[in-house]
Ligand binder design. Structure first.
Ligand SMILES: Nc1nc2c(c(=O)[nH]1)N[C@@H](CN(C=O)c1ccc(C(=O)N[C@@H](CCC(=O)O)C(=O)O)cc1)CN2
Length: 298
């Protein structure tokens, strides 16, 4: 039987709707809208698309969107000064600096400049530390979105074997932490892992976040595994077409014959990233106004 498709796009749409309703309640209670500031440096085409999508989604969710664009050759001092202004602006609850930054800018220094209480990306070391020790903070959007999809499908993850392929600060490490907090038995695999297919084959849950097109093959998977594909890789355009096809890190067609459920690319994890960003921004707004979060919802 073919694997069930985990429809991240539909899940994300429902989450965005719910956040939008709660953002309207926030406005009533606080007398202002929740605000998200997004900073884009340069003209990376994919980043421009994501920033535009964030702006549209923020406005659609009854929140204020503040967009700041700097030229590709902007200096670090200019960027840090902008982050400082946003840290001090009471209308801004969440700050996101779109990554990747141009090579001459130090990403870690820029992330470190964001106030941890406005770091809705959850990338600041304070929030990474809070996640590591089980304190409440902001959790990176993509892994939190993956967890929402997993718990929606599987319920309790206790005792399940989970393999996370990839060890980035943005996805792999926080993903592993979240799975561990949910009592899964977690392995983080990476480019130097020996016998990766053997490691992956013991997993009830596979999260692939390596950024290598269709690297995870069907025969690596344990039958009836749940597969979360975080990869977004654009293949070169076929002759006669202008855009290449998007594929994940998993051989989707092959995996469909083995897995119990799998996220597609596009339409799986990707849309969850922006939906969770809105959710984190609303949480930041409630915290900044010292208001109680709405009952059980977020
Ligand atoms: N500061 C940040 N920078 C980046 C993040 C992030 O979370 N914070 N994540 C990615 C980019 N990203 C959001 O910023 C993002 C990536 C993908 C999607 C998405 O919906 N993808 C679609 C496909 C889109 C396409 O056609 O290209 C899908 O998978 O269905 C949304 C947001 C890096 N930078």
């Amino acid at each position: 039987m073919a694997a069930q498709v985990i429809d991240g796009k539909a899940f994300a749409a429902k989450l965005r709707e719910r956040v939008g309703r709660q953002a309207a309640q926030f406005e009533q209670a606080a007398g202002r809208k929740a605000g998200l500031a997004v900073v884009l440096v340069g003209e990376d085409p994919a980043s421009q698309v994501y920033v535009r999508s964030k702006h549209k989604a923020t406005v659609a969710a009854n929140m204020e969107s503040f967009e700041h664009r700097l030229p590709a050759d902007a200096g670090e001092a200019e960027l840090l000064a902008l982050v400082e202004r946003l840290n001090a602006d009471p209308a801004v609850d969440g700050i996101l600096v779109q990554l990747p930054l141009p090579g001459h800018l130090d990403e870690q220094a820029v992330i470190a400049a964001i106030s941890p209480d406005k770091d809705v990306d959850g990338f600041h070391v304070t929030n990474a530390g809070r996640l590591a020790v089980g304190q409440s903070g902001f959790v990176p959007c993509t892994p939190l979105g993956c967890m929402m999809l997993l718990t929606d499908r599987l319920g309790d993850l206790s005792g399940l074997e989970a393999v996370v392929i990839g060890r980035s600060n943005i996805v792999g490490k926080p993903m592993a932490q979240l799975l561990l907090d949910a009592n899964a038995t977690v392995t983080i695999a990476h480019s130097r892992t020996k016998d990766l297919p053997v490691v992956v084959r013991r997993a009830d849950i596979v999260v692939a976040a390596v950024g290598r097109a269709e690297m995870v093959k069907a025969e690596w998977l344990k039958p009836q595994a749940t597969v979360i594909d975080v990869g977004i890789n654009r293949l070169p355009a076929e002759p006669g077409t202008d855009k290449g096809r998007l594929v994940g890190d998993v051989d989707y067609a092959g995996a469909q014959g083995v897995a119990a459920a799998i996220t597609p690319v596009p339409g799986g994890v990707g849309p969850m990233t922006i939906a969770v960003l809105l959710r984190n921004t609303l949480v930041a707004a409630y915290r900044n106004e010292a208001l109680d979060l709405p009952e059980g919802a977020l």
